[in-house]
Design a protein around this ligand. Structure first.
Ligand code: SAM
Length: 214
């Protein structure tokens, strides 16, 4: 994601009703942020928010939280929400490395990771959102039947993720190396901004679904 420092982004986020400030204070009480108590799904690294906004509009019986590290990127999602507000969607500006400070055990039912940063250098492997270090974090916040859904166009990151999941004592329930030609996994697929960009160039899209072993 190309980043520009947008003047006023921090202030806009602080004043937005759609962005939760001091998210650590909501730990264990996220349902209070929404009109209805219902399953909570999160997207980590949501970028400009197209995927999670379309998901929230299509699934009103699920509450969604979009997580993005950079205020200048999150600002774009906030601007879209102002035009079409959704009561079952909020945003958090934070680094996913802090997930356990923000969510309690069993608080999240599903995690979406879409076109996550690849961190290609070996020494940065633990920063990848599908590293065993991140699976340990997910383990601490997901319900027992909770699952991870991951999409990417990056073959090396996908292969790394397939190897990493069993190492973290998780299980790959399903995967494809060509999502848009997989009639089962592509059913109801909602595209992300990056997915649209890369698939329009002819790149295959990889997807996996993972849950805990046993
Ligand atoms: N998911 C969007 C899509 O598919 O169009 C955006 C993909 S973009 C390549 C990855 C996004 O993840 C960036 O906006 C980046 O800032 C965010 N990100 C990466 N690591 C993160 C982390 N540890 N915590 C929160 N956001 C993160």
């Amino acid at each position: 994601m190309r980043l520009r420092n947008i003047p006023g982004a921090e202030e806009a986020i602080l004043s937005s009703p759609y962005c939760v400030k001091e998210p650590e204070e909501q730990k264990g009480s996220w349902q209070r942020q929404f009109p209805s108590s219902q399953p909570l799904h999160i997207e980590i690294g949501m970028g400009k928010g197209r995927f999670i906004m379309d998901m929230a509009a299509a699934n009103p019986k699920i509450n969604y939280l979009g997580i993005e590290r950079y205020s200048s990127v999150l600002l774009r999602a906030l601007q879209k929400m102002e035009l079409s507000p959704l009561s079952n969607l909020k945003f958090i500006c934070m680094d996913a490395a802090d997930l356990e400070n923000v969510f309690d055990q069993n608080e999240v039912s599903r995690i979406y990771l879409n076109f996550s940063d690849p961190w290609p250098k070996d020494r940065h492997a633990k920063r990848r959102l599908t590293s065993r270090q991140f699976f340990t974090r997910y383990d601490r916040i997901l319900t027992p039947e909770g699952r991870i859904e991951f999409k990417t166009d990056n073959q090396a990151l996908f292969d790394f993720s397939l190897q990493e999941i069993p190492e973290a004592a998780w299980h790959v329930d399903a995967y494809t190396r060509d999502l848009h030609h997989d009639s089962v996994l592509n059913e109801g697929n909602i595209m992300t901004e990056y997915e649209e960009k890369f698939s329009s160039k002819g790149n295959p899209i990889y997807k996996l679904i993972a849950s805990r072993c046993g």
